[in-house]
Design a protein around this ligand. Structure first.
Ligand code: SF4
Ligand code: SF4
Length: 359
């Protein structure tokens, strides 16, 4: 009860705030719509809790228009506050009432049928070793990324067990849809799939998978007895151990920081270290690292409203183009696909292109 009171005080505090974090909120910046700004979202959440809203469906729809990127949390004046928690609670309510947006409903249905959000059937399961490389739903169809990963893994000399596709998924699409029972079941299935493979650590390309399998699983009481690493951490470890050698290159690279990698996992420094080790000349986009902007494909904007997603994507593309780099690189397969207009590469591809031999 005391906890509930504390939480109610936090959202009320946000609803009364000066809303300066909106100048970091990608959905507000891309559209200029005040209702999408963090403080206005918080105000509507408070009004809804008090039963003051006439159009509850309109309110719940709006809750699916946040990119759930975390920029407001990173730039919040309070250290102990994350608006996304309250937006997510509203999504849980929308799911329970059956009033989720059509796109979200379709993705949930596909997930329930196939065990993944894309309707994939083929299961990837190859190799042996106590390191696992989990091929997430957003890496699964990216042939360039998978080819680059294969090259890097084979040159590293490590035994790596690759798995993914089919009905193996961390369950994030269900979590962001507000389907907490479906998400709990998906998390238990994921845990069982990992235990079956007896790996000690798992490398994952997708920052959302990493956040989901660590922080969000913990919140629902699911603990994985393995180390979960994002790919940039793994590449960094391979470099530290001297397992890879490169042909250096002096062309310019701009790195697009995926919001979850930057805001939640605080790993912005690692890809920059890798890019420097390859000899590239780093060019920073005007909004980068802890000031990055979402690509528009984060869970939330991607599944809630396509026009909004396009506005956020256009804004980010312009910011990246303004960096005028020779090569654009990121560390999230979804960002790569959403920003494909500028030939975005996943960082493993940059690494694989430069590898010359295993030591
Ligand atoms: S998220 Fe933080 S800074 Fe932004 S409006 Fe709410 S309390 Fe204020
Ligand atoms: S999570 Fe992102 S999109 Fe949603 S309100 Fe916060 S800054 Fe805006």
């Amino acid at each position: 009860m005391a906890e509930d009171k504390k939480e109610a005080e936090k959202i009320a505090r946000c609803a009364m705030c000066a809303d300066m974090c909106k100048y970091s909120c990608p959905t507000y910046l891309a559209t200029g719509r005040e209702t999408l700004s963090p403080q206005k979202m918080a105000r509507l959440i408070v009004y809804d809790e008090k039963g003051l809203l006439e159009d509850e469906k309109g309110f719940l729809d709006l809750m699916f228009q946040s990119a759930m990127c975390g920029a407001c949390s990173r730039h919040c004046i309070y250290d102990d506050y994350d608006l996304r928690k309250f937006i997510h609670q509203a999504r849980v309510k929308a799911f329970a009432k059956g009033v989720i947006p059509e796109d979200v409903r379709k993705r949930v249905e596909i997930f329930k049928k196939f065990g993944n959000p894309n309707g994939e059937r083929e299961l990837i399961n190859k190799g042996i070793g106590d390191t696992g490389y989990f091929i997430s739903c957003c890496s699964y169809k990216d042939e360039d990324l998978l080819k680059a990963a294969e090259k890097m893994l084979s040159k590293s000399g490590l035994a790596v067990r690759r798995f993914g596709g089919g009905d193996i998924c961390c369950g994030a699409p269900l979590y962001y849809a507000g389907d907490m029972e479906g998400f709990r079941q998906a998390s238990l299935k994921m845990k069982a799939e990992i235990e079956k493979r007896r790996v000690r650590r798992i490398v994952v390309d997708c920052p959302t998978c990493v956040k989901t399998m660590t922080e969000i699983y913990r919140e629902i009481g699911v603990e994985l007895d393995v180390e979960i690493m994002h790919t940039v951490q793994f590449i960094d470890a391979l470099l530290e151990q001297g397992r890879l050698s490169f042909r250096r290159n002096s062309r310019s690279v701009a790195f697009h920081d995926p919001c979850i990698l930057s805001y939640d996992l605080a790993m912005s420094g690692i890809p920059r270290k890798i890019i420097a080790a390859l000899g590239f000349n780093l060019k920073e986009p005007i909004y980068s690292q802890e000031h990055t902007h979402c690509c528009g494909g984060a869970y939330g904007a991607k599944i809630g409203d396509h026009r909004l997603k396009d506005a956020v994507t256009s804004m980010r593309l312009k910011e990246l183009r303004d960096a005028a780099a020779d090569i654009y690189v990121t560390a999230c397969p979804t960002c790569k696909s959403v920003l494909s207009e500028i030939n975005m590469k996943y960082i493993t591809e940059l690494v694989a292109e430069r590898i010359i031999a295993k030591r």
